[in-house]
Design a protein around this ligand. Structure first.
Ligand code: TYC
Length: 131
């Protein structure tokens, strides 16, 4: 669920002690519903969550696997084993998520990947997609 903009949530809470349900013994004894010892209405401002964007790497036939692993380490701060796992996922499935970020960070990562690929003359492509 996505929450955008300012919103307020009110939560009413009641704490009941000594609540005993009517028993099943057949004697019809009702011990009562318990005592309400506290009742609160809280109104709290919720912090709006920014929309998030997946940065997706696309497979191609020419970019070396090791280059993709190095990009995942350098741009997405992935440890070597995870970078290798993501690269192989992309290689086998055609695409894969390198990370999830707010808009500007995702945009910068896409540009960084494309710039590294351009410099190395590999066709590696990267796109972003709203979650
Ligand atoms: N398919 C490439 C190869 O076999 C490797 C590769 C993996 C390329 C992931 C791009 O995003 C990519 N060399």
């Amino acid at each position: 669920m996505r929450r955008t903009g300012n919103s307020k949530a009110a939560a009413a809470e009641r704490i009941v002690i000594s609540a005993r349900r009517e028993d099943d013994s057949g004697n019809g004894r009702d011990t009562g519903g318990g005592a309400v010892v506290e009742r609160r209405t809280k109104t709290r401002a919720k912090t709006a969550k920014p929309p998030l964007f997946k940065v997706i790497l696309l497979n191609d036939d020419y970019t070396p696997m090791e280059f993709v692993v190095e990009v995942l380490k350098a741009v997405f701060h992935k440890p070597h084993a995870e970078a290798t796992r993501i690269m192989l996922h992309v290689h086998q499935n055609g695409m894969g998520v390198a990370g999830v970020y707010t808009f500007e960070i995702a945009e910068t990562k896409v540009r960084s990947v494309e710039e590294l690929a351009r410099q190395a003359q590999y066709p590696l492509k990267c796109v972003m997609e709203k979650e």
